[in-house]
Design a protein around this ligand. Sequence first.
Ligand code: FAD
Length: 393
Amino acid sequence: DKPSVVVVGGGAGGATVARYLAKDSKGEIDVTLIEPSRTYFTCFFSNLYLGGFKEMDDLGHTYGTLAAKYGINVIHDWAVEVDRGGKTVTLAGGAKLPYDKLVLSPGIDFVDGAVEGWSVESQNAMPHAYKGGSQTELLKAQIAAMPEGGTFAMVAPPNPYRCPPGPYERVSMVAHTLKETNPSAKIIIADPKDKFSKQSLFQEGWGKHYAGMVDWIGSDFGGGNVSVDPVAMTVTIDGEETKVDACNVIPAMKAGRIAELAGVTEGNWAPVNAADMSTKADADVYVLGDAANQGDMPKSGFSANSQAKVCANAVRGALTGSKVFPAKFSNTCWSLIDTDDGVKVGATYEATEEKIAKVDGFISATGEDSATRKATYEESEGWYAGITADMFG
Ligand code: FAD
């Protein structure tokens, strides 16, 4: 019998690990990928959709090539239970799949009660748009429906969360849209943090392109003391209530629920060994991407993809005796501030006993010339094409 690997979650981590395992093992390993959605809409570049630079169709990817070209058994269903003793995964449809190795890359879920007044039942009135697809479309429609001079509010999340620059790129892209369609509109951000990713670059860009439009209220100014009323459409920041016209609530996050059900989490995330992404709780269960507590890497699609390649190499080695290379990781997060004004931050990493540890990094500078910023944006376009091909074949 061939060894079998079950992968839960067909996103940046899961699709990549499934594809590399199937491609590199050349039929020696049976690979099954469990993913409920038939089309995966990337969160990456979803802010550019809000800014009018991308269409929703540009962000959708399907699983046909993973099945047809790589022989992966793609099952569109939810994993609902993991029996680590019996080494099986149960699906919502009832099937029970045995595994030799299990890889979980379920992304994020939200912490209950993280923002007073908000719950997933109110996500239609106040979208999070932090999982891809319909939520992002809803938020875009709400921005388009804002009255002249109206107010857009964002409740930003506490660390750690997926895509550290994501909320601030989003503010930039919403401002870009409003500047064209509704230039007297205002944006307020209530933030439980006192600083954020690429802050000086974003704040420079907001001043330059969207002067007077964006008001960031960090924790030092009461930004963390926030509640919302999704029926009245109000946001109360440090005791001061504001009527808003669109409100994007991005709550605190935790590992996708199946990681918790599998019993491999500690607190909100799943601790893993940096060398192969196996969990501290179980050497045959691996966790990739946002759900993992791995050390220094930010939670990003780039990081999940990078971790997936390390994991695929290690899992294949464990199951077939193929050569295992020392773990090396990298990440870059690009953000678009306005047309052709792209910035980036990134680093390389290695595995230590304790964690994925940063080796060295880089970040765009304030005051860069427009040719550099345009080149940075174009690099991000190349990255998007590259990572989606790496995930879906
Ligand atoms: P995901 O890609 O979310 O995949 C998880 C998958 O698991 C989902 O498809 C889900 O349906 C499935 N799943 C969950 N539970 C189950 C279950 N029980 N059974 C079966 N399937 C399940 N990253 C970048 O690198 N660059 C960017 O520019 C960037 N921009 C971003 C902008 C925004 C607005 C947001 C929200 C995120 C952005 N990210 C970016 C972050 C990136 O989207 C995530 O870090 C990345 O998708 C994480 O990959 P993952 O595999 O952990 O989770």
